[in-house]
Design a protein around this ligand. Sequence first.
Ligand SMILES: [Zn+2]
Length: 103
Amino acid sequence: MSEKTACPRCAHPAISQLFTSPVPGAWDVLQCEQCLYCWRTSEPARRTTRTAYPDSFKLTADDIRSAPEVPAVPPRCAEAVKTVRHLILAGSTHAPCLSGSLT
Ligand SMILES: [Zn+2]
């Protein structure tokens, strides 16, 4: 198997073709079936080939198996909502992104 058909990030051989350029032969978007890394075949070698991919970002199957679970977003804290509501009512601009959801 050629290097270009293995995942640059984890070296897994199962690669899917997600998209193809509307210009025939210009590029394809590929995705690794193991780590889900995606790349366009027209990107530089450091993004498309295992040997040129940065060592610090390479993964092994063991790395993927032992990766920590992404933590879930915690439920809203009633006390935090009360504090933000108080800040908004007091005219504070410290929480403008939340003002729409609390009015
Ligand atoms: Zn991969």
